[in-house]
Design a protein around this ligand. Structure first.
Ligand code: AMP
Length: 143
């Protein structure tokens, strides 16, 4: 997928937003949704997306939409720190397939980092759903 292109309304995050696919939700407000990554690179790996912006990546999103996403990214980063006590937290965002993007609805990764324990991007196996829900509940309680 090129860095430039047309938004595909059938991408997996658009389906989650329409309720056609499940997700383990952590947080939602009028403009943004945060949910657990099902192939987590670490304990507490979350994704934050905009609910209305049809943006494939950073180039497409409005400044206001980006500000709304980043406000939620900060909120969830603080909650993850409080709930999970990681040693560090990585925020990542990829633009275009050559950069590592696989889902073409703009999203930010929040990846808690524990000393000596971090999988590389897109290298994790699928999470156990009960475990993911338990972690999501810990973070939810700290939002
Ligand atoms: P990226 O490679 O930056 O486009 O990241 C896409 C992320 O979405 C990856 O970390 C995937 O593990 C994650 N992912 C893919 N499908 C789902 C899904 N149905 N629910 C939650 N996370 C997903």
């Amino acid at each position: 997928m090129s860095i430039k292109g047309t938004y595909d309304p059938d991408n997996i995050f658009a389906k989650i937003l329409r309720g056609e696919m499940p997700c383990v939700k952590v947080y939602e407000d009028d403009h943004t949704l945060a949910f657990m990554d099902v192939f987590p690179q670490s304990r507490g790996h979350m994704l934050v997306i905009h609910k209305q912006e049809q943006a494939r990546n950073m180039l497409d999103v409005s400044a206001d939409g980006l500000a709304q996403i980043m406000a939620s990214v900060q909120k969830l980063t603080r909650a993850a720190e409080q709930a999970l006590s990681p040693d560090g937290i990585i925020i990542t965002q990829f633009n275009g397939a050559p950069a590592g993007q696989t889902v073409f609805h703009l999203h930010f990764h929040i990846i808690p980092k524990y000393a000596g324990d971090l999988k590389a991007h897109a290298s994790g196996g699928m999470a156990d759903m009960d475990e993911l829900t338990a972690i999501a509940n810990l973070i939810k309680a700290a939002v």
